[in-house]
Design a protein around this ligand. Structure first.
Ligand code: URA
Length: 208
């Protein structure tokens, strides 16, 4: 079992980790960042959060501000958090890829492979009880990282169903969620997200 860290130590370690993003220069996303004067988007929220939300990659507004989920999807995420009495300050929000892909294209496997270890390091510092993945990229990355038997199954089969995995610091639940952008695709997916947030609420109430 890994030593529990106090909040000041978590903040210090996260800060140091996030500065490393400025050395991620061996990727076309870096050239894109520099060309547009964008910022990397490490993530933000409580370093002591019980739940981490992990999206796919920053969009334009995120890359301009250096903050995760501050565009249209972020508005949806804020609303979903509010339905279970949470706000951005109580949770930690990030994405698996931390630089904006050109024209919001899907992240490439080599980009996920490059930024993924930084996400794993964030998880190791924050030590959340629940990891809520937003969309299929962070879900598949973490399922294969934790060698979960569900790896490769579709998000429509897995959403809202908690998946227990073991981290170095203890037991963790992965809760697969649709990406908040799906609310734009219709009422059915919006309702699925609302229902899955209720699953999250129950998981957070449970004692370990
Ligand atoms: N979508 C993501 O996956 N991450 C963000 O930060 C914004 C939109």
């Amino acid at each position: 079992m890994v030593r529990q860290l106090d909040i000041a130590e978590k903040d210090r370690r996260l800060d140091k980790l996030h500065k490393k993003l400025h050395t991620f220069t061996d990727t076309s996303l870096y050239d894109y960042r520099v060309k547009h004067a964008y910022l990397p988007v490490p993530g933000e929220g409580s370093s002591n959060a019980q739940v981490m939300f992990i999206g796919e990659a920053p969009g334009e507004k995120e890359a301009r501000t250096g903050r995760p989920f501050v565009g249209a999807s972020g508005k949806q995420l804020d609303k979903l958090l509010a339905t279970i009495g949470l706000s951005r300050e109580n949770v930690f929000i990030t994405s698996v890829v931390k630089d904006r892909p050109p024209k919001n294209r899907d992240p490439w496997p080599e980009e996920i492979a490059l930024y993924g270890p930084l996400l794993l390091a964030q998880i190791g510092i924050i030590q959340p009880r629940v990891i809520a993945t937003l969309g299929r990229y962070s879900l598949q990355y973490l399922l294969s990282r934790y060698k979960a038997p569900q790896a490769g199954q579709t998000i429509s089969a897995l959403h809202g169903k908690p998946i227990p995995v073991v981290e170095k610091y203890g037991n963790v639940i992965i809760l697969p969620l649709y990406h908040p952008a799906v609310v734009l695709y219709g009422q059915k997916l919006r309702q699925a997200l609302l229902d899955d947030f209720q699953v999250l609420k129950k998981l957070l109430r449970k004692k370990v």
